[in-house]
Design a protein around this ligand. Structure first.
Ligand SMILES: [Zn+2]
Length: 83
């Protein structure tokens, strides 16, 4: 796999900030790119997001077990809402 010339909007683990824009991942450009990647298969997108959300939850818990953010809105709600 070769890296594209411009930095992609991918998460920096374990903080889950975007490598490109520094926003909480998935940032807006990352969401748009995911929506377009999975545009023919919304179910696959939700499964994918569920998987990364579980990974993020685990890593947040390791960083700070007392303050695990609610990740559902951040990872899933935006993908479910639009049809
Ligand atoms: Zn970004």
């Amino acid at each position: 796999m070769t890296a594209p010339p411009s930095r992609p909007h991918t998460p920096m683990r374990p903080l889950w900030r975007c490598r490109n824009c520094g926003a909480d991942w998935p940032c807006q450009p990352a969401r748009l790119s995911l929506l377009s990647q999975f545009r023919y298969d919304r179910t696959a997108l939700l499964i994918h997001l569920g998987t990364v959300m579980a990974e993020a939850a685990q890593q947040f818990a390791q960083l700070n077990a007392h303050q695990v953010p609610d990740l559902t809105d951040r990872f899933l709600s935006w993908a479910r809402a639009r049809s």
